[in-house]
Design a protein around this ligand. Structure first.
Ligand SMILES: Cc1ncc(C[n+]2csc(CCOP(=O)(O)OP(=O)(O)O)c2C)c(N)n1
Ligand SMILES: [Mg+2]
Length: 570
C-alpha cells in the first residue's frame, strides 16, 4: 500500500501557482528533473493528467529551454519552464538570451534553497536571484512557503504578474522550498480562464508616411506579413529576409545585396525597417548612409535595431495617401528586374525539358530523354539546390526552421517569394538549440488548439511537417535534442548539410590569411561523427541523400522522426 502523502506548503503553493498560470493562459510546461523542484514537477504532472496543461520533460535544461522557446514562438503563449537549483538554472541561459533578444515569453520557475541554507556552502546552492541580469523583464525571489493563511492567493497573484510581465520576453521566478519538499496535491477540477489583458496602445508613437519614389522597406527576422503590405502601400521595393515572415509578393527583391550595391541602392532616400535584419552587410551599410532617412519600427520589448545609432525609432508607421502607379512601376520594377537578372546570371537553371521527346516514336529520342532525366536526378546536391528543394517542399501548413549555419545565408540570397512559416533563432544567431527549438515548434503545431490564423498564413487542420535545415556543427551542438522523446503524432525531419565543420568561416577574410592547418583546428573544426549512429541512438530514422533523386525522396518521407544527412563536398 502506498503511504498517504503528507501535507506540504511547497505542494500547496506550487499547485496554486500552476492554477494561476493556467488561468492566465499558460498551456505548456517544460521541465527537467530535480529534487528541490519536486513540488512544482509533481504538481505539473498532476495538472497534465487532469488535462489542464501539456507537460514536456527533457533531461537537459538547455534542451528544455530551447524547446520551450520553440513552443512559445509557435503557440504565441507564454511557456513555463521548471528546473531545480544550481547549474540546472544556468543551463537555461542560452534560451533566455535568445528569448530576451527576440521578445519571446518564457516563465522560468527555478527551485532554490531557503535563505537560511544559502551562503553556507550548501549542496547545489548558488546565487540564483538575479542570475539572468537584465535579460529578464521581471524577477522575483520568493521566500519558502510556510503554510500561512493567504499563501495560495499570493501564489495565484504571482502567477498573474509573471504572465503579464512575460508578454515581451522572459521572466524569472526563483522559488525557495523547505522540507518537506512535496506532499499531497489537490488538482482543481476546473480552472477559470481569466480575460486576456489588452496592452495599452495610447502612448505609442505612430509616424505618418507619404509614398515617394525613393523608399525601400526592409523586413528583418520576425517582421511579419505587414511589411509586405507596407511595401505595397508605399510603392516601395521589399527586402525581406528569409525568416521575416514577409518574403512574398510582387515587390520582393530576392537578390537585394547586389541591387543595394548598384545604382538603385544608391538612389535610396528612405528606408523603413521592421523586424531584426541580421543576414547581410548591405542593409546596415544602407542605414548608416548620411543621405538615407532611416526609420525603424521597434518590436515591443526588444532592443531596437539601430546600426548607425542614427535611426528614428518609432512604435509604428501609417501610410497617408497612395503611391503613383507609374512611379511605383518604375521604382519597384527597376529593383525587381535587376534582382531577376542577378539570379539568372548566377544560375541559368535547368532548361525546361521538352516533354514531347518522352513520347516520341523514335526509340533513340526516347532513350536520350530518359538519359537526360536520369542525369538531372543523379546531380550531386549543392547548397543552393538543397535550400531550394526544402523551400519548394514546404507548404503553409508546414514549418521550416533554419540554423545559423551557412545555409541560411544561401537561402536568404536564393529562395523566391513564398508565404510559408519560417523560423530561425536570429535574436543572437547562436548555432545552439536549433533542433530543440524545432521540436518545440513541432509540438506547438501538433496541438490543435494552436492551429489559429498565424499571420494570415492559412488556418490549418493538420500540423504538417516541421523541417529543420542545419549545418553539421549546429546538429552536433544540439545532439541532446535527438535524445528527447516526441509524441508520434508530429513529423519532425532534420536535414543536415554535412561539410565536416563550420564552412561559414571560409567566406571570412581570415580564411585567406591564417595558417590553413590552424584555421582548420580552431575555426572550421572538422569532425568525423557518425550521424547515422547519432540518429539511431535517439531512435530516429536516418537517410543519406547524395543526389537530387534521393533528396526528393527524403522530402516526402513518411517517417515521424527523420534525420537526413546530405554530404556537401565544396
Ligand atoms: C552557440 C554558438 N557558438 C558559436 C557560434 C559561432 N558560429 C557561427 S556559425 C558556426 C559554424 C557553423 O557550422 P555548421 O553548422 O556546420 O554550418 P556551416 O557553416 O558549415 O554551414 C559557428 C561555430 C555561434 N553562432 N553560436
Ligand atoms: Mg558545416
Amino acid at each position: 500500500m502506498q503511504p498517504s502523502a503528507l501535507q506540504s506548503p511547497a505542494s500547496v503553493f506550487s499547485t496554486a501557482l500552476l492554477e494561476g498560470l493556467v488561468s492566465h493562459g499558460v498551456t505548456d510546461i517544460v521541465l527537467s528533473p530535480g529534487s528541490r523542484s519536486q513540488a512544482l514537477a509533481l504538481a505539473a504532472a498532476a495538472f497534465a493528467r487532469a488535462g489542464h496543461l501539456r507537460l514536456t520533460v527533457r533531461i537537459d535544461e538547455r534542451v528544455a529551454g530551447f524547446t520551450a522557446l520553440g513552443l512559445a514562438v509557435q503557440t504565441r503563449r507564454p511557456v513555463a519552464i521548471v528546473c531545480t537549483s544550481g547549474t540546472a538554472v544556468a543551463n537555461l541561459h542560452p534560451a533566455v538570451l535568445e528569448a530576451h533578444h527576440s521578445g519571446v515569453p518564457l516563465i522560468l520557475l527555478t527551485a532554490d534553497r531557503p535563505t537560511e541554507l544559502r551562503g553556507i556552502g550548501s549542496n547545489q546552492t548558488t546565487v540564483q536571484p538575479g542570475i539572468f541580469g537584465d535579460l529578464v523583464r521581471a524577477d522575483w525571489d520568493v521566500p519558502a512557503p510556510t503554510g500561512a493563511a493567504g499563501e495560495s492567493e499570493d501564489a495565484r497573484g504571482l502567477a498573474e504578474l509573471a504572465v503579464r510581465a512575460s508578454a515581451e520576453g522572459p521572466v524569472h521566478v526563483n522559488l525557495s522550498f523547505r522540507d518537506p519538499l512535496s506532499g499531497e496535491i489537490t488538482v482543481p477540477a476546473a480552472i477559470e480562464r481569466a480575460a486576456p489583458v489588452e496592452s495599452d496602445a495610447s502612448a505609442r508613437e505612430i509616424l505618418d508616411l507619404q509614398p515617394d519614389d525613393a523608399t525601400v522597406v526592409i523586413a528583418g527576422h520576425g517582421a511579419g506579413p505587414r511589411a509586405e503590405q507596407l511595401a505595397v502601400d508605399l510603392g516601395a521595393p521589399l527586402i525581406a529576409e528569409v525568416s521575416s515572415g514577409a518574403r512574398f509578393g510582387r515587390h520582393l527583391v530576392v537578390a537585394y545585396r547586389d541591387v543595394l550595391r548598384g545604382p538603385h541602392g544608391e538612389a535610396v532616400g528612405r528606408a523603413i525597417v521592421l523586424g531584426h535584419p541580421t543576414l547581410s552587410r548591405e542593409v546596415p551599410a544602407l542605414l548608416q548612409r548620411a543621405d538615407v532617412e532611416s526609420i525603424v519600427v521597434r518590436t515591443p520589448g526588444v532592443e531596437a535595431y539601430n546600426p548607425g545609432r542614427r535611426s528614428r525609432i518609432v512604435d509604428d508607421v501609417r501610410v497617408q495617401g497612395s503611391p503613383d502607379p507609374a512611379v511605383t512601376r518604375r521604382w519597384v520594377g527597376g529593383w525587381v528586374s535587376m534582382s531577376r537578372a542577378v539570379l539568372e546570371s548566377l544560375d541559368p537553371g535547368d532548361p525546361a525539358p521538352d516533354l514531347s521527346l518522352a513520347v516520341s516514336d523514335e526509340r533513340g529520342v526516347r532513350a536520350a530523354f530518359a538519359a537526360a532525366e536520369l542525369a538531372v536526378l543523379r546531380t550531386p546536391i549543392d547548397r543552393r539546390m538543397l535550400v531550394r528543394a526544402l523551400w519548394a517542399a514546404t507548404w503553409p501548413h508546414d514549418r521550416l526552421v533554419l540554423a545559423a549555419s551557412r545555409l541560411i545565408r544561401v537561402a536568404d540570397a536564393t529562395v523566391p517569394g513564398k508565404r510559408i512559416p519560417v523560423h530561425s533563432n536570429r535574436g543572437l544567431a547562436g548555432i545552439d538549440g536549433t533542433v530543440s527549438t524545432a521540436t518545440g515548434l513541432a509540438l506547438g503545431a501538433a496541438d490543435d488548439s494552436t492551429a489559429d490564423d498565424r499571420d494570415g498564413v492559412a488556418t490549418v487542420a493538420t500540423p504538417g511537417t516541421t523541417r529543420a535545415l542545419v549545418g553539421d556543427l549546429a546538429l552536433l551542438h544540439d545532439a541532446g535534442a535527438l535524445l528527447a522523446p516526441l509524441p508520434d503524432n508530429l513529423r519532425l525531419h532534420v536535414f543536415v548539410g554535412n561539410d565536416a565543420g563550420g564552412t561559414i568561416f571560409d567566406d571570412l577574410e581570415v580564411a585567406a590569411t591564417a595558417d590553413p592547418d590552424d584555421f582548420d583546428t580552431v575555426m572550421r573544426t572538422p569532425h568525423s561523427v557518425d550521424i547515422a549512429a547519432l540518429a539511431a541512438a535517439g531512435g530516429w530514422a536516418y537517410r543519406r541523400a547524395t543526389t537530387r533523386a534521393e533528396l526528393d525522396d527524403a522530402l516526402t518521407a513518411p517517417e515521424a522522426r527523420l534525420v537526413v544527412e546530405i554530404p556537401l563536398t565544396e
